[in-house]
Design a protein around this ligand. Structure first.
Ligand code: CO8
Length: 261
């Protein structure tokens, strides 16, 4: 269980797991085997009630992930990429995952690494984090959603600047631009990410899923459709015991005990 060639998994009693991209010799460059491991782990924990939130981070002190593995890609043909639907497995599996994933960006998040961070639900960054989409330097372009997600997160001007010049954004700029939600001193990043994950894991897991689903809907729908979706999902939360428990606990001035029912 949890034995992967390219990932380290640490499950915590507080209801979260830390997933560490583990190819430090290649600055955690993302290859097909790593995405396969990640997809497999997400399958394994999707229905595991003991894991209610994930933290994704990079091994070593330098990188979250320095991109897709250039050495794996370099000699690929169009036919091979098309047939394998290159990197769709990891991308699609992450977007289907219903529990929150926090990206704890501890260094370089470049190319596919930046795209992977943006596939997570939100990004917390160390002061040493550097974000970029430098694929243009290799004669290519983002390919795991970067051109779309970066533009939605930071707006067209900064996204265009990043992809066309390949420049890196530091943590302070990433926070200002809305790419990172919070920035922490480097040595405190994981402690802070763990506190956030434990806090989320203590909530009603049903409410957590519903909140994630609603916010994601904002990127896929019109405002009117999104508000309608939110309203209906809000109403449906009253079918759960956790809603009764949460509101009763407030009225009775005690801590709620959510049971995911
Ligand atoms: N792929 C493979 N190996 C890598 C990668 C990578 N992306 N990044 C770093 N490495 C390796 C280096 O080759 C080196 O290995 P070795 O010791 O065997 O030579 C080791 O990691 C350490 O790297 P450096 O010596 O280069 O470390 P530096 O501190 O000097 O530099 C940098 C750090 C600036 C991060 C530098 O490594 C770098 O520029 N890396 C590449 C960044 C990049 O271009 N990323 C984008 C890749 S393309 C991409 O992500 C496309 C995604 C879309 C795919 C879609 C498919 C459909």
């Amino acid at each position: 269980k949890d034995a992967y060639e390219n990932l380290l998994i640490e499950r915590h009693a507080d209801g979260y797991a830390v997933v560490t991209l583990n190819r430090p010799e290649a600055l955690n460059a993302l290859n097909s085997a790593l995405f396969k491991d990640l997809a497999h782990f997400l399958d394994a924990v999707e229905d595991d009630d003991a894991v209610r939130c994930l933290i994704l981070t990079g091994s070593g002190d330098k990188a979250f992930a320095a991109g897709a593995d250039i050495k794996e890609m370099a000699d690929q043909t169009y036919a091979q990429m098309y047939k394998a639907n290159f990197f769709s497995l990891g991308h699609d599996r992450i977007t289907r995952f219903r529990k929150p994933i926090i990206a704890a960006v501890n260094g370089f998040a470049l190319g596919g690494g930046c795209e992977l961070a943006m596939l997570c639900d939100f990004i917390v960054a160390s002061e040493k984090a550097k974000f970029g989409q430098p694929e243009i330097n290799l004669g290519v372009a983002p390919g795991i959603g970067g051109s779309q997600r970066l533009t939605r997160l930071v707006g067209k001007s900064k996204a265009m600047d990043m992809v066309l010049t390949a420049r890196m954004m530091d943590a302070a700029e990433a926070e200002r631009a809305g790419l990172a939600s919070r920035v922490f001193p480097h040595d405190q990043l994981m402690d802070e990410a763990r506190k956030i994950a434990a806090r989320i894991a203590a909530q009603s897991p049903l409410a957590v899923m519903a909140n994630k689903e609603m916010v994601n809907a904002a990127l896929e729908t019109t405002l009117t459709q999104g508000v309608q979706f939110e309203r209906r999902l809000f109403h449906s939360l009253f079918a759960f015991e956790d809603q009764k428990e949460g509101m009763a606990a407030f009225v009775e001035k005690r801590k709620p005990e959510f049971r995911g029912k």
